[in-house]
Write a protein that binds this ligand. Structure first.
Ligand code: PGA
Length: 251
């Protein structure tokens, strides 16, 4: 049985005062909510602050990226052992904005996934097609390549610790959500690839999140789909009230 997971991706938003205000408003939000895990991924500099603020609650904190070396002369980078030392559990890997603006490729995504797993972090591996690729009919093959290369070389045991997020690039920050049917179709495809790579049992236990303009008014219908196990939420995770409603999806 896969437990639902709702993850917020704050991207490059919020000052320290905003972070504190959010934490104060949101800390009690998931009290008594069962059957779902909640993670917030702020910019690196706020990880510890947020982890402290949510101590004693069920809310977990995750990073938005990780470098693959443990340490060294890599100015500006943050490693998996560093995140682990803060008590961080999750890390987003291969977000389309990292691929688009910061040179991430399937090869570097794979290195980050392996580094995260080596430090016992749970990677949330993002895959998704662009509008051009969808319109050309290449969605499934693009996803296929991203999943297979992103998870290349993982052992069965490592694969059991991975979360996938399907985020169609055309739906991110555009207000254009994939229909629940599109999400279900691609999620089922991803589960099939995982089954092919690592077997049915791991595939059946792998959480597959949907991301791309998830809002309070579309979360319920997305979560109603059998292969949609949660959401990776950008814009709507920045406000405590809207993220709370998403966390409290019905179903
Ligand atoms: P969005 O972003 O919810 O603002 O579309 C999702 C994401 O990029 O993870």
């Amino acid at each position: 049985m896969r437990r639902a997971l709702i993850a917020g991706n704050w991207k490059m938003y919020k000052t320290l005062a905003d972070v504190d205000a959010f934490a104060a408003a949101f800390a009690g939000a998931v009290e008594g909510v069962t059957g779902r895990a909640v993670v917030i991924c702020p910019p690196f500099i706020y990880l510890e602050r947020l982890a402290q603020a949510f101590k004693g609650t069920a809310i977990k904190v995750g990073a938005q990226n990780v470098y693959w070396e443990d340490q060294g002369a890599f100015t500006g980078e943050v490693s998996a052992p560093m995140l682990k030392s803060l008590g961080i559990t999750f890390v987003i890997v291969g977000h389309s904005e990292r691929r688009q603006y910061f040179g991430d490729t399937d090869t570097t995504v794979n290195k980050r996934v392996l580094a995260a797993l080596k430090s016992a972090l749970i990677p949330i591996v993002c895959v998704g097609e662009t509008l051009e690729q969808r319109e050309a009919g290449h969605t499934m093959s693009v996803i296929d390549t991203q999943v297979r290369l992103g998870l290349k070389g993982l052992s069965q045991e490592q694969a059991a610790g991975v979360i996938i997020a399907y985020e169609p690039v055309w739906a991110i920050g555009t207000g254009r959500t994939a229909t629940p049917e599109i999400a279900q179709e691609v999620h089922a495809h991803i589960r099939g690839i995982i089954a092919d790579l690592f077997g049915e049992s791991i595939a059946n236990n792998t959480p597959i999140l949907y991301g791309g303009s998830v809002k309070p008014d579309n979360i319920d219908e997305l979560m109603a789909k059998p292969d949609v196990d949660g959401a990776l939420v950008g814009g709507a995770s920045l406000e405590a009230a809207s993220f709370e409603r998403i966390v409290k999806f019905k179903g």
